[in-house]
Design a protein around this ligand. Sequence first.
Ligand code: ASP
Length: 336
Amino acid sequence: MNRKRNILLLATGGTIASMISEHGLKPGLDAEQLLSFIPEIREECQVDSIQVCNIDSTNMKPEIWRQIVCAVEAKYLYYDGFVICHGTDTMAYTSAALSYMILNSNKPVVITGSQKPISEDSTDARQNLIDSIRYAADPDSRGVVLVFNGSVIAGTRAKKTYAHSYNAFSSVNFPPIATIQERKIIRFIPQQPFTQPVHFVHDLNDSVVVLKLIPGTKPELVEYLFQNYDCLVIESFGVGGIPQNLLDVFYTQMEQWISRGKIVVMATQVTNEGSNMEVYEVGQKVKEDFHLMEAYDMTLEATITKLMVLMGTCGGSYTAICDGFYKTVNYDILSR
Ligand code: ASP
């Protein structure tokens, strides 16, 4: 008989662990209490647990991503797979961040949570947790994924697209990797084993800001952001461009910025299909003049966290950041 697979559950809080308080739902259950709601899973695998934090994921921050990575790294040799319980609100940021911080992992790192607390009768939490542990225990699973409502999504492609429904997450500009039906994992994209050794990244530079353009965005705001951050991600309209009234401030600031190794990346507010600055005059010339990087089909969550990791690990080299940004990691960028 095959040995039972060893899984480590890392709990961080979120709705899944929440209880009713005087002021609304609040994380309270710990990792072992979560597991007590799915006792049957221990017949299938050996599950141990640790508590990383117990927060509403609105309070997630890069420092906690580091703690999660260190916890996985410390236990990596002893387990076959890892499941991280997390609030849904920033889960897509965490799944993207971990995709860049835990590289080449032939052991799966699965992130999950729920729309309803695990203690409620009609909850999605028990199924999501069981699915995630089963996926993490399957020998053909690898890399960082988000499992929710039966869907397995590459960590870099997830986006929360429904605030209340059980199908809270979509796989953006890329198909789901697999679906889980009852006990069966149906794989749409079989994942080849990584040939490089697993690599854990701890250094992030979180001096990244996103400017979401609206019709009439004021130049003063752009100037402030340029001066106070190392990296500016512009969430523009459509396929990407800079409005006429911001061009002056862009030209002045970019001249100083480029020589200081700062980064500007163009992304789009449109969820599907991504940017392409070549299409319109408002984009093409700006891209050439400023040597802007472009997010193309990457999600905003992946764009931001990839930049944080590259800025933290490339020693300030603009070329290295640029090369790294366009290199595909965990299926994050394909349409360049
Ligand atoms: N506010 C909660 C959180 O992100 C929402 C959830 O978990 O669904 O922690």
